[in-house]
Design a binder for this molecule. Structure first.
Ligand code: GLA
Length: 735
């Protein structure tokens, strides 16, 4: 390797381009690898020295040949290593910045270099292709394969790696990112999220400064409780809804993650994303393959709205289970009864399900445990047998009752967990995650089962399989996960460094087995609220529970933020008694995704019940648009007194707009028209208010017609005011 110093410009990108023009023999061997999607390109280059670097990321160029000339247009400071833009920065050789991979070889040596071997591109179908790039250490028998799965129409890339070696003994992986991106822009802005129970998805925006900003989780399970892995990077200036350059990123992993955003001394942004290496040095045997989860990203030069529609479209088509299918509306008993119910009470609730007009009844926590009955959250997790006092005739009889009542039945379960007060704990203390020499410490009075242990995986699979085999008509499962991991330790694993990773792999293996046998049963991904919402898990689930906080005002804000990353079809929104708003307001907000109810129907005053029944009928009409249409954020509740969200079908012939007043000060209201989006300018539309409370009249004249042009340039006023805090509008093309 040629030694360089600050006076040498050998490694300046500009010098590369000039050398190429001169046709210097040793640089001829450059290989350019473009990954192009409908609008964007990520361009990689294997240099003459076989380093593979990123040379372009952004809106694609018309002429592929010109990618080689991009670097020459940047006159930034020297890259002494020639490696700042490595596609997978190794450490211990010439690297000076945050690595993507760090290893200790079988002989104890800590250095790694990775050189281009070859690459292949496979077209999976018309829209999806897979690029594989093989990299190898010239000194050690150590190899990394980079995978880039690109989705052309959606402008989405999933990126991951496989690491393997054939050294004479085990190699220890200290860091093993999924992706290592390199972006160029004069400024970078980060949108990130933080939270806690009932406060999920709180956004923050800041300009990225030099050094490393890390987004991470060390919670093991319920990993997103304080911070999810989803984020946005705006280039140049903060992206707006309909303008600006913005990248969305997310790790498809339900455990500890680490995303380092390093603004380097050249002023470029390096994004190194993967599983968290915290307390997780991983030993790899010769020949064994270590696969990292996918890091997912999309880029838009037309703002956050376009980026989110790309991601939502991708998720429905390729990731979320049954993303293009239907969903079931429901009545849940959690807030209606908590742990206090019996067969008779449930039979009444089953009838209410039918009366309300939703698709099924969901029995929540509290149905199990006999030696230690589940009458509060301090016992019985793990003992998944029906409590004989509450349910003397078991779940099967409830399913029969549901059948008779003309509805269906679903159930809550938290299968990864164990209560210290449970028969399971007494029988299998070695299955429990806890430190052998330290006192136990609880989160919500419970502990995890050690899913790195195949016997525990069999048990968890067996619990679900048992429920489904005994009750083939079970219509739905709500899979909860209410604790984080304290005292991480597995009695099964020899190497504790593997625990956090093998736990999640164990969980996925169970979910794969469940899906192999029960491909279609709808399952909700719940984690004490939104503690586990990620695309690693969502491939096994039809929907997620955003938060236990169902106060509709809070939900407007939360659902808004989730919607940047997840499609409405996956967001379970329930009408509950949280919040001070009317039943209309609560129902309108819950309709913006997958609608459910968690209220005592029998206690609803007549008009409220009538309203709910009508609203469900309306929902059944518009739900295909909400679930499968395009979503446009029209008025951001964080920047004004009004929130407005629009969904339109693919043909742009029909849609629905949800409008809310989020500030109740004197004379607040929708003072200005709200500009619609996503319509056909040439089409004519009629707008009608739906979800009217019995006895009220709409102030919207539904006989008027407007062109799409008018509605998108001038807008439409939903007439929000202190008496009309929630207005749902349906629009349709008129010919
Ligand atoms: C968690 C879930 C709730 C409910 C309770 C039951 O908090 O998020 O929806 O199921 O558990 O204990």
């Amino acid at each position: 390797m040629k030694k360089t110093d600050q006076f040498s410009n050998y490694f300046k990108p500009g010098a590369f381009a000039i050398a190429l023009c001169l046709g210097l023999g040793h640089l001829k061997a450059q290989t350019i690898i473009p990954i192009e999607t409908a609008n964007n390109a990520l361009v990689l280059q294997a240099g003459s020295n076989k380093d593979v670097n990123t040379i372009f990321f952004g809106k694609k160029l018309a002429n592929k040949q010109e990618y080689a000339q991009v670097a020459g247009q940047y006159k930034q400071t020297s890259d002494y290593t020639g490696q700042l833009n490595s596609i997978y920065t190794p450490s211990g050789s010439r690297n000076l910045v945050e690595p993507a991979i760090t290893v200790t070889h079988a002989d104890g040596n800590n250095s790694l270099d990775l050189k281009y071997v070859d690459h292949t591109v496979t077209a999976i179908d018309d829209n999806v292709s897979l690029l594989k790039i093989r990299l190898k250490d010239p000194v050690y028998n150590f190899e990394v394969t980079m995978f880039y799965k690109s989705f052309y129409k959606q402008d989405v890339i999933e990126q991951w790696t496989e690491i393997k070696h054939n050294e004479k003994g085990e190699v220890v992986l200290h860091k093993y990112a999924s992706a290592n991106l390199h972006l160029k822009s004069p400024h970078f802005w980060l949108n990130q999220y933080h939270g806690d129970w009932a406060k999920e998805m709180q956004p923050e925006q800041s300009e990225i400064t030099h050094g490393i900003k890390t987004l991470d989780s060390k919670l093991g399970t319920r990993a997103n409780l304080f911070q999810p892995s989803v984020f946005m990077i705006s280039m140049d200036k903060p992206a707006e809804e309909n303008e600006g350059n913005v990248l969305y990123g997310a790790l498809e992993w339900s455990g500890n993650f680490k995303i380092d955003l390093e603004l380097d001394y050249q002023d470029n942004l390096r994004i190194i994303a993967g599983m968290n290496n915290y307390a997780s040095p991983y030993s790899l045997k010769p020949g064994e393959v270590f696969a990292t989860p996918a890091f997912l990203y999309t880029f838009s030069d037309q703002g956050k709205g376009a980026a989110s529609r790309k991601l939502q479209n991708w998720a429905r088509n390729y990731k979320i289970l049954n993303g293009k299918g239907d969903r079931l509306t429901l009545l849940n008993n959690w807030e209606a009864t908590y742990f206090d119910f019996n067969e008779q009470k449930l039979a009444e609730l089953l009838k209410d399900t039918k009366k309300l007009g939703v698709d099924f009844f969901l029995l929540d926590d509290g149905w199990f445990g006999n030696k230690y009955p589940r009458n509060s959250d301090n016992a019985a997790l793990g003992d998944w047998q029906e409590n004989k006092q509450k349910l003397p005739n078991g779940i099967s009889s409830l399913i029969k009752e549901a059948d008779q009542a003309g509805t269906r039945f679903g159930i809550w379960i938290e299968p990864e967990m164990v209560s210290p007060k449970s028969e399971l704990y007494e029988k299998h203390p070695d299955w429990v995650v806890k430190q052998p020499k330290r006192p136990e410490y609880y989160f919500r009075q419970q502990l995890e089962l050690d899913l790195s242990n195949p016997k525990v995986q069999d048990f968890v699979f067996g619990v679900i399989d048992g429920l489904m085999t005994k009750n083939p008509k079970l219509a739905y499962i709500k899979w909860d996960c209410n604790a984080v991991i304290y005292n991480a330790y597995s009695a099964h694993l020899k190497n504790q460094g593997h625990f956090y990773i093998d736990y999640v792999r164990g969980l996925y293996s169970v979910l794969q087995r469940i899906r192999a046998k029960y491909p279609a049963v709808p399952m909700m991904l719940c984690s004490g609220g939104g503690g586990r919402v990620d695309y690693g898990a969502l491939q096994y689930f039809t929907e997620f529970w955003p938060s236990d906080n169902t106060d509709p005002l809070e939900r407007i804000f939360m659902q808004w933020e989730y919607s940047y990353f997840y499609p409405a079809i996956s967001s379970s929104n329930h009408v509950t008694d949280w919040g001070k708003q009317s039943i209309k307001f609560r129902t309108d907000v819950a309709m913006m995704g997958k609608l459910g109810f968690d209220i005592v129907v029998s206690k609803l005053p007549h008009e409220e019940l009538q309203f709910c029944q009508e609203a469900i009928k309306n929902y059944n009409e518009v739900k295909p648009i909400i679930w499968h249409g395009d979503q446009y954020r029209l008025a951001n509740p964080r920047s004004g007194s009004v929130a407005s969200m629009l969904y339109v079908n693919e043909q742009k012939t029909a849609g629905v707009i949800f409008n809310y007043l989020v500030n109740y000060r004197y004379e607040e209201g929708s003072k200005y028209p709200i500009k619609l989006n996503g319509l056909d300018a040439a089409k004519k539309y009629q707008i009608k208010e739906i979800n009217l409370f019995p006895g009220t009249k709409s102030s919207i004249d539904s006989t008027k017609t407007y062109t799409g042009d008018f509605l998108m340039k001038v807008g439409f006023n939903p007439n929000l005011n202190n008496n009309r805090t929630s207005v749902v509008l349906k629009f349709e093309e008129v010919k």
